[in-house]
Design a protein around this ligand. Sequence first.
Ligand SMILES: *Cc1c(COP(=O)(O)O)cnc(C)c1O
Length: 358
Amino acid sequence: MYDMMTPGPTQVRENVMAARSRKFQNPDQDAAFTEYYKETCDLYSSLLHTNNESLILDGEGILGLEAACASLTEPGDRVLVLDNGLYGAGFQDFVKLYGGTPVLYTRDYDRPLSCEDLEEFLKKDHDFKYATVVHCDTPSGMLNDISRLCPLLKSWGILTVVDSVSAMFGEEVRVDDWQIDLLCGGSQKAISAPPGLTLVTVSSDAKKAMEQRRTPIASFYANLLTFKGYYEAKWFPYTMPASDIYGLRTALENIQADPDILKRHQETAEMTRQALISMGLRLYPKEGYSNTVTVFEVPEGFTASQILDEMLEKHNLLLAGSFGCFAGKLIRIGHMGENAYKEKAEQVLQALQEVLGK
Ligand SMILES: *Cc1c(COP(=O)(O)O)cnc(C)c1O
């Protein structure tokens, strides 16, 4: 078996796998499960420094992004799509699907967004119901400064939908301080549980916007309002994936018990970046490196698949290429969650040196 050093899914600790194999209760009929679900949501919220309610949805990270857009967007709504990466641009599809009008704010893909530039833009046009922002745009490893972007947008009365799927717990996220209205996360990145769950954290302003809609939400599965009152009624909109949630809970408890988690990510990432630079490789992006993933350009004389195949076949290490406009051009090393240990990164770097050094 190979080791996944990809920017999601990540390696999963033994105790998470053990929790998933526990005997499970009937999630629809056992009040104790509702309690367990809510406690898990509350733990997640507290780890993200918020009093906002979080919901665990039965679906991969993408469901969270779609649910946020589906629940907020009404036909004709103008939505500001901050686009400096592939996930950033991708939000426009969800906005369109639910009848909204995406307005793209497109900037270079090799650096974070500038708050000063965005502010100039907003001075001229700020009639948006909400804005979409990607924290770490994983295909390029670029990190946007949501601690400044979200309060800026909010100061213009614009709600924020933030995709921090591949950043949270490897990078700091403070939902209340940064006034994030809808925060999207996923189980398989730095949380280090298997893929299958997404989490959405909802502010009271976002709830108000959903409740005051003139038109119904054009989805059931992606409708966040279906969870309204679930706890009091002990009634979920659909049967919850109990085993997945047991695993998630243990993974969150692992994070809670790991006060140095951000430092661990920072040190592992810093070491990885320095090592790649000293091998003569060029990092992508130019600035704004996420501590969860390191991305480098495929050096001359190699192809991406050559490097990836050899890393896998000779060294049992799975790295990732990239996609879209980056396909074949970039290689990505994921060092988030359980992958964010110097020893694991060192193993990758040594193998890479061999693969590239021949
Ligand atoms: C992984 C990821 C998601 C979740 O979707 P996938 O189906 O795994 O692509 C969403 N947003 C970002 C930025 C991600 O890295």
